[in-house]
Ligand binder design. Structure first.
Ligand code: NDP
Length: 287
């Protein structure tokens, strides 16, 4: 017998989750603020509740996937959460997740927060590699691991309810740094007779080749020795920055994305980090 699931929120992500639970044979009760979206799921086998409170009353496991933290407040205002296992997949900050955990505990529920590392087309497609960071009640996670694992992979990151959001935002922040670097690279070739579709595979392969540097950074942070295993030291890298800035200038490209990172590298060098890797920049960021 498959665990019955209540799902609040049938936006792009919620609807994808709903379909994989139905396909995996889980009885599913859904609610959505705009009823038309729930009606579509009813035709596919879901029970539709008239209110969020009614949906919450239907099953112990209650998954919420709404727009933001304020919509969770609004949707669950009149619901009785006593004895419920609340799993909140709505994107938010670590502080919002911790406050939501307290709020849920005060209403007699166990709480698990989730950060979704996938887009809707990856839901229910294990080969796509999408997963959800979970944090909060370990017992809730262990008990419902299989059900939660039907739509996407599961990665539990700790009892602190804020950790899922923190991991989610940390990975996405790194992604934006990568997007910024790629934007600068494309800008450099933009006005030349270079086919961007020939350039793209070179760029993508280079980013993949550089990605494992995260492991060395982590080892250096753990040991506190930022010179460990250094192949390109900070002094050499700072000496190279004028080449990057001059090339940008020659290509008519703004250095507003690259400049701030170079500035941090120069500050660390000035503090005496010349023999180190780039790891010391992290300490300049942490206030
Ligand atoms: P959508 O914009 O497609 O759907 C938003 C959902 O929230 C709808 O069900 C909407 O209801 C509901 N909603 C909005 N405001 C309220 C409110 N005040 N009260 C009740 N319900 C409300 O978003 P997604 O489904 O794409 O995203 C849902 C969550 O998943 C977000 O937190 C998002 O950050 C996260 N996520 C999404 C990803 C994606 O690629 N889509 C990737 C990773 C995470 P209604 O139909 O009535 O408007």
């Amino acid at each position: 017998e498959k665990t019955a699931v209540t799902l609040l929120g049938l936006g792009a992500m919620g609807a994808a989750l709903a379909r994989t639970w139905l396909a995996a044979g889980h009885p599913l009760t859904v609610w959505n603020r705009t009823p038309a979206r729930a009606a579509v799921l009813a035709a596919e086998g879901a029970k539709v509740a008239d209110s969020a409170a009614e949906a919450v009353a239907a099953n112990t496991l209650v998954v919420v996937c709404l727009l933001d933290d304020a919509s969770v407040d609004e949707a669950l205002a009149d619901a009785d959460l006593t004895g419920r296992d609340l799993v909140n997949l709505t994107t938010g900050t670590p502080a919002q997740a911790r406050a939501r955990a307290e709020w849920a505990h005060g209403r007699g529920a166990r709480y698990l927060d989730g950060g979704i590392m996938a887009v809707p087309p990856m839901v229910g497609v294990p080969e796509a590699g999408g997963y959800v960071f979970y944090s909060g009640s370990r017992q809730l996670f262990e008990q419902h691991r299989e059900t939660l694992g039907a739509p996407l992979g599961t990665t539990y990151v700790g009892e602190d309810a804020g950790f899922a959001a923190l991991h989610d935002v940390a990975l996405l922040s790194a992604m934006y740094g990568m997007f910024a670097g790629a934007a600068h690279a494309f800008a450099l070739i933009r006005k030349e007779d270079i086919d961007p579709t020939s350039f793209a595979p070179l760029l993508a392969d280079w980013l993949v080749a550089m990605a494992p540097s995260a492991h060395q950074t982590a080892e250096q942070l753990r040991s506190g020795d930022y010179t460990r295993g250094v192949v390109s030291n900070l002094a050499m890298q700072v000496a190279g920055t004028p080449t990057f800035l001059a090339t940008a200038e020659q290509q008519g490209v703004s250095h507003e994305l690259l400049g701030p990172y170079f500035e941090l590298m120069r500050r660390r060098l000035a503090e005496g980090g010349g023999e180190e890797d780039l790891t010391g920049v992290i300490d300049l960021l942490v206030r």
